[in-house]
Structures are given as structure tokens and as C-alpha cells.
Design a binder for this molecule. Structure first.
Ligand SMILES: CC(C)(COP(=O)(O)OP(=O)(O)OC[C@H]1O[C@@H](n2cnc3c(N)ncnc32)[C@H](O)[C@@H]1OP(=O)(O)O)[C@@H](O)C(=O)NCCC(=O)NCCS
Length: 154
């Protein structure tokens, strides 16, 4: 199976925060951010694998700073590491005030996606092209986190 470049599946999304996305304080619901994160990561996983992908696991999420109605949510997803049928995708989420250009960290999330075939069975995914120290470190760090995740699996 031919390796694929990490950059080829990079996925960027931009969402404008409307009142229907917000809680009573006028900030985006955590669940809305999680839905956007899942969507952005799913597109990235499918771009890399060329297969339908399902969410298998979401690591702990920390919401760093809120994003309000009228502001912008920017999401950037990258394949951190590829295993056999699964991949670790990282989604970095930022808030943006489009009037001033100010940006701030909102969430940094890691999700595990599994590629599935037409029978919904896990199927192999292409490895990452190991063309830089950065990608090699990213793969190694992802493998270490995967071991910890699978130890917790019930
Ligand atoms: C994810 C799913 C396909 C895994 O199926 P399974 O029969 O358990 O498959 P396997 O045990 O063969 O594992 C397949 C891969 O998933 C990984 N995996 C399974 N559970 C995992 C977990 N809790 N955390 C991390 N990875 C996990 C395995 O490590 C394996 O990866 P690898 O092939 O790269 O080594 C299956 O559990 C499923 O369909 N879950 C529901 C998914 C869903 O509905 N998501 C929400 C909507 S998209």
C-alpha cells in the first residue's frame, strides 16, 4: 500500500458562531465544538485512508478559552500517526475575532479513527510518508499514546 504525505490530508474548517450554537452566556456549547472537531477529523481520516472512517476514541478534551456569538471558530486537522486500520488525528481549534484578527487557543483534541470497508469491517490504511524528523516524531509519539489508550480499553 502506497504511503501518503501528512500534508495531503490536512483539513481546515471555518465556522461562524450563530445564536443557535451558543449557551445562555453567549459562548459556543462544548458539544457543538466537539461535533465540529469530529467532522473535521473524519474528513482528514477519510482523505488519508481513502475509506469511510468511524470515530473509535476521543482523548480527554480541555476547553481553554471560550468563543462567543459573532466570533469565528477555526479548526485544523492533521494525521499524527497511522497504525494498521486506525489513525490518530489531531484537531487544533482556535477562536478568532474577524474584526481585529485576534486569535486564541480553544481546544486541542486527539481522536482515533478506524477505516472500514463496504462490510463495515476494519480495513488497512496507507502509512505516512516518513519524509522529515517532524513526521517521524509525530508517528512515534502517536504510537506511545496508542499503547496507553489500548491499556485502558475494556
Ligand atoms: C471502531 C470499531 C470499527 C472497531 O472495531 P473492532 O471490531 O473493535 O475492531 P478491532 O478490535 O479489530 O480494532 C480495529 C482497530 O481499532 C482500534 N481500536 C478499537 N477500539 C479502540 C479504542 N477504544 N481506542 C483506540 N483504538 C481502538 C484497534 O486498536 C485497531 O486498530 P489497528 O488495526 O490500527 O491496530 C468498532 O468498535 C465500531 O464500529 N465502533 C463504533 C464506531 C462508531 O459508531 N463511531 C461513532 C460514529 S462514526
Amino acid at each position: 500500500m502506497e504511503s501518503r504525505h501528512q500534508s495531503a490530508s490536512r483539513t481546515d474548517m471555518t465556522e461562524y458562531v450563530l445564536p443557535q450554537h451558543a449557551n445562555a452566556m453567549g459562548n459556543v456549547f462544548g458539544g457543538q465544538i466537539m461535533a465540529w472537531v469530529d467532522l473535521c477529523a473524519a474528513i482528514c481520516a477519510q482523505r488519508h485512508s481513502g475509506k469511510l472512517c468511524v470515530t473509535a476514541f476521543v482523548d480527554d478534551l480541555k476547553f481553554q478559552k471560550p468563543v462567543k456569538v459573532g466570533e469565528v471558530v477555526r479548526l485544523h486537522a492533521l494525521v499524527n500517526a497511522v497504525f494498521s486500520t486506525s489513525m490518530e488525528i489531531e484537531v487544533v481549534v482556535e477562536g478568532e475575532d474577524s474584526r481585529t484578527g485576534a486569535r486564541w487557543p480553544c481546544v486541542d483534541a486527539r481522536l482515533t479513527f478506524v477505516a472500514v470497508d463496504d462490510d463495515r469491517k476494519p480495513t488497512k490504511v496507507p502509512p505516512l510518508v516518513m519524509d522529515s524528523d517532524h513526521v517521524r516524531a509525530s508517528q512515534a509519539d502517536g504510537e506511545a499514546r496508542r499503547s496507553l489508550r489500548l491499556q485502558k480499553k475494556v
